[in-house]
Ligand binder design. Structure first.
Ligand code: ADP
Ligand code: MG
Length: 707
């Protein structure tokens, strides 16, 4: 096929003024290989150069600002380190400010004239109580207004290396300008079908690119941004929907239509509580999926304690009623064991359902028996860790794979368990306790169906959440004594961040030693668990806590996932400010599992950031996981949300998933309508879109399955 975009594919060094050396720099530092790359890296902000601050009011908050005044003096000064710097003083009607340059002194000395009026543009810093502007760009006042007036000036992200070698904002603006001069709408065909863009009143694609880089005013900049955001998410959604179609074509799964003894016996005779409406609704959704010969690919979201396990079990019983096997894969040994224990217990001793357990620690004879029974079909349900995806594990006929706490698994692992079906692919249910806001779920799981358990079983007591500063520690200790005296158990969690692992272990160690003085043995017993311990030691400590041999568990975040100790009713989190919201919510979910009132106590220093305070307030204010996830998304953006980093697919340039939910929603609706009407994009009106999708596909070949 004829190449579609010769100009956009032109290597960057051929742009006027770039050349091989700077081209190499742009490639290495910014990943800009072609003209297209250059044009599609957008400014991260704009500086309103119509605003000029009076010197006495100029903010020193890290933003580039503009001031205007007479240059009173200019001096070359030799610093203590022997290097020269250039200093000047600028005066306006309101006051004076120092200007400082450390580089390019020779040129500046020649150009700048004492006594002339300049517009200085740069960052103001506060140094020893005096404000100064470092490395300002200086424009002679008369020059500026001789040219077109500056309004919104784009700022591009850059690196030290680029700036020192002349590839600064000015340079970027210059080369982008020269490229935009030669690009026409033939190089940038409209990919959004005409009947949509006219209805949405979008600007043209070429206009969007022009206005995003060289906005005439705020209005045109916003119009450009609206279009670009829409295009980003629209293309993404089309890709999702197409891949969903491709997948359902590719993967045939068994149609599991029957409901029989396994399900009915359990549901009507053994289940001791009635399901919540949310659980019933979700089971119904899954049942419909299972009954089709198209592979189910469903995400089940439910806050901690919402009762996902029982839903999983009921689904596996349906699978059994159709003569197929199921498996549950959990991210840790402890969690897998707990699933095994609770499912075996729920089924009861006299059940006809054969449940097995497999993890790395199941070895030798025991292991080979399990593998045999699995392969022969004697086993109905197997629960385990990633050991389940090893090649030696063969199923007789796997009908359903359930993956618990999906964010702990990599994409490849999830794909591997799919391959375990024989002729047919197993249906897939991914369970997660990390609530994902609706907009995000729609975005990243666009090709998954989503079920939500949005209701907790009745009778749960809200966990009481409190915030103590370090000065409140005596009160905390007193409180813990009271709870322990009443037979409760306590978690105390310390943060663990990779880079400062040593330091964190130290704080855990110190905390532990301090606790020993408040809770001395032998009356009190304390378990310690952290990530550096061997799995077996960790397990042993956990088991002691589960068996109530210890009253306190001091831990790093290893307990975040899994452990279910209903008797533990207090969660103390140290250095709360260092945890993210989702993580805090997960930790809090470790308590509140029994009938007794539970507490979550957030400890922090006095000095914490504004964001840290906000997180603590959110935690104190609400127990609702979805609310917390929304707050998290707003504060941090999706990049940090659990489960999204590994996917590496949320690299939108302008679209903000937290803020642009209206655009996302609209784009999704439109994309669905298009794909419904024209799944292969064969209609004439979709021709350019089809070409574009092929191009996207070519560039991201292994985008493949993200679920
Ligand atoms: P999670 O969604 O966090 O995995 P679990 O499945 O572990 O939650 O359920 C938490 C507890 O709630 C379990 O002890 C379970 O037996 C109980 N449970 C689940 N559903 C109900 C219900 N409808 N009514 C009462 N208790 C329930
Ligand atoms: Mg669970």
């Amino acid at each position: 096929m004829e190449r579609q975009r010769p100009i956009l594919d032109t290597p960057i060094e051929y742009v006027k003024g770039v050349g091989p050396a700077k081209g190499e720099l742009l490639r290495k530092e910014l990943g800009v290989h072609t003209i297209g790359d250059l044009l599609f890296q957008f400014p991260f902000r704009y500086v309103d150069r119509t605003v000029i601050y009076p010197i006495k009011d100029v903010p020193a908050d890290g933003d580039n600002v503009q001031i205007k005044g007479v240059l009173l003096s200019l001096d070359k000064v030799k610093g203590k380190n022997g290097r020269h710097r250039l200093t000047g003083v600028l005066k306006d009607g309101s006051g004076f400010i120092d200007l400082v340059w450390f580089a390019g002194i020779g040129v500046l000395e020649k150009i700048l004239m004492v006594g002339a009026t300049y517009v200085a543009f740069g960052k103001v810093i506060n140094f020893n109580g005096a404000k100064s502007m470092t490395h300002p760009e200086m424009d002679n006042d008369s020059e500026i207004y001789g040219q077109s007036p500056k309004t919104f000036e784009p700022q591009y992200s850059s690196t030290e290396n680029l700036i020192s070698r002349g590839v600064d904002n000015r340079f970027r603006r210059k080369i982008i300008r020269s490229v935009l001069e030669v690009i026409t709408d033939r190089d940038l065909p409209e990919i959004i079908p005409e009947y949509i863009s006219s209805k949405m009143k979008f600007c043209k694609r070429i206009e969007a690119l022009n206005w995003i880089h060289i906005p005439e005013d705020l209005l045109s900049k916003n119009k450009a941004a609206d279009y670009i955001k829409f295009e980003e998410i629209f293309v993404f959604q089309i890709r999702m929907l197409q891949s969903k179609i491709a997948r359902t074509k590719r993967h045939q799964s068994p149609a599991l239509k029957s409901i029989g003894d396994a399900f009915n016996e359990f549901y009507f005779k053994r289940l001791t509580f009635s399901l919540t409406d949310a659980q019933k609704k979700v089971i119904k959704e899954i049942r419909i999926d299972l009954s089709k010969n198209v592979q189910m690919n469903r995400l089940l979201q439910g806050d901690v304690g919402s009762g996902k396990t029982i839903v999983a079990l009921l689904c596996m019983l349906i699978v059994k009623d159709n003569g197929f096997q199921s498996c549950i894969m959990a991210p840790t040994e402890i969690l897998a064991q707990q699933h095994y224990a609770s499912i075996s217990e729920a089924l009861g001793e006299n059940s006809n359902i054969k449940v097995a357990f497999l993890s790395g620690s199941v070895k030798n004879k025991a292991r080979s028996i399990i593998l045999e029974e699995l392969a022969s079909g004697a086993t109905d349900i197997i629960i385990g860790t990633h050991a389940l995806i090893e090649p030696t594990v063969k199923f007789h006929n796997l009908g359903l794979t359930i993956v618990d706490e999906q964010h702990r698994f990599g994409v490849a692992q999830r794909a591997a368990i799919w391959q375990k079906g024989q002729h047919l692919m197993p249906h897939v249910l991914v369970m997660t306790a990390t609530p994902i806001p609706r907009t995000l779920a729609m975005t990243i799981y666009g090709d998954l169906d989503v079920s939500v358990i949005d209701e907790l079983p009745p009778g749960r007591k809200e966990i009481k959440t409190m915030h103590f500063y370090d000065s409140g520690r005596p009160r905390l200790i007193e409180f813990l004594h009271k709870e322990i005296a009443n037979g409760r158990q306590v978690y105390i969690v310390y943060p663990l961040i990779e880079e400062s692992e040593k330091l964190d272990l130290q704080s855990l160690q110190n905390g532990y030693e301090q606790l020993l003085t408040y809770f001395p043995p032998p009356q009190f017993q304390i378990s310690v668990v952290h990530g550096r311990m061997k799995a077996a030691d960790k397990d042993w400590e956990m088991q002691r806590f589960i068996k109530k041999e210890t009253q306190i568990m001091v831990a790093t975040t290893v307990i975040e996932v899994g452990v279910n100790v209903p008797n533990a009713s207090v969660m103390v989190i140290e250095n709360t400010e260092r945890f993210g919201l989702s993580q805090l919510h997960q930790l809090r979910g470790r308590v509140g599992r029994g009938a007794k009132q539970s507490y979550c106590i957030l400890m922090s220093d006095y000095k914490i950031s504004k964001e840290g305070k906000e997180r603590i307030h959110t935690m104190v204010r609400t127990n609702n996981g979805f609310e917390i996830a929304e707050a998290d998304l707003k504060q941090r953006g999706p990049g940090d949300l659990q489960g999204t980093q590994q996917s590496g697919i949320l690299d939108f340039r302008l679209l903000n998933i937290g803020k642009d939910s209206a655009i996302i929603e609209t784009a999704r609706q439109i994309a669905m309508r298009i794909i419904d009407r024209d799944p292969q994009l064969e209609m004439d009106v979709h021709y350019q879109l089809k070409l574009h999708m092929m191009d996207v596909h070519r560039r991201q070949k292994d985008w493949g399955r993200i679920s």
